[in-house]
Design a binder for this molecule. Sequence first.
Ligand SMILES: NC(=O)c1ccc[n+]([C@@H]2O[C@H](COP(=O)([O-])OP(=O)(O)OC[C@H]3O[C@@H](n4cnc5c(N)ncnc54)[C@H](OP(=O)(O)O)[C@@H]3O)[C@@H](O)[C@H]2O)c1
Length: 190
Amino acid sequence: MSTIGIFPASGGLGTSTYTHLLKAVPASNVVLISRHPEKTPQIYKDQGVHLRQASYEASPAELEAAFQGINTLFLISYPSHVHEYRTGLHIPALDAAHRAGVKHVFYSSLAFALPDKSTTLAEVMGAHLDTEAHLRKLAEQDPSFSWTSIREGLYHESFPIYTAFLDLKDESTTEILIPHDGSGPGISWA
Ligand SMILES: NC(=O)c1ccc[n+]([C@@H]2O[C@H](COP(=O)([O-])OP(=O)(O)OC[C@H]3O[C@@H](n4cnc5c(N)ncnc54)[C@H](OP(=O)(O)O)[C@@H]3O)[C@@H](O)[C@H]2O)c1
């Protein structure tokens, strides 16, 4: 069975993914890479999941070492809206994964691109498009490499942003104003 890696594995999306994955594949085939692997809950350490340390800001050689032996990598985007900084971390991580021999990358992208699929009006989507373009380039250069971009909808926990920062605990709020007449395509929640 191939080895599946997740980086970074410790956040909300990473943890949800590996807790689900470990119900389906042996822990010995799963590599969790994070800045603080010692914080991984004991229950998963006991199952024999592999733990490795790396940060997005690690050197190319350190990232390559962290990805060694992994066939399929879930690369979770760096948690920031800052386009250039985020792109600048994703591309070296992808290059390191490719050099390490990773054959397929799943990437956590976002569904904020215009219909031509390569342009966006949303700052937060910029690094995702750059990252997808780099994945496309790697696959064009190396036919043994493939990728899947998961263009996720809005996480439903973000709903306050779209409901005028409604605070469910604030009972004084009686009205919320949403700048949308309801006739559009709507919001795809994840
Ligand atoms: N589609 C949407 O609506 C939506 C909503 C929210 C977030 N997102 C995006 O989805 C991705 C994951 O979100 P999430 O909710 O899982 O985020 P999260 O729970 O805040 O987790 C962030 C993860 O990033 C790691 N991290 C932070 N800085 C790092 C670094 N320098 N090197 C390596 N790892 C680093 C954290 O590791 P530590 O444990 O070491 O801190 C943690 O594993 C992010 O890119 C986020 O922007 C999308």
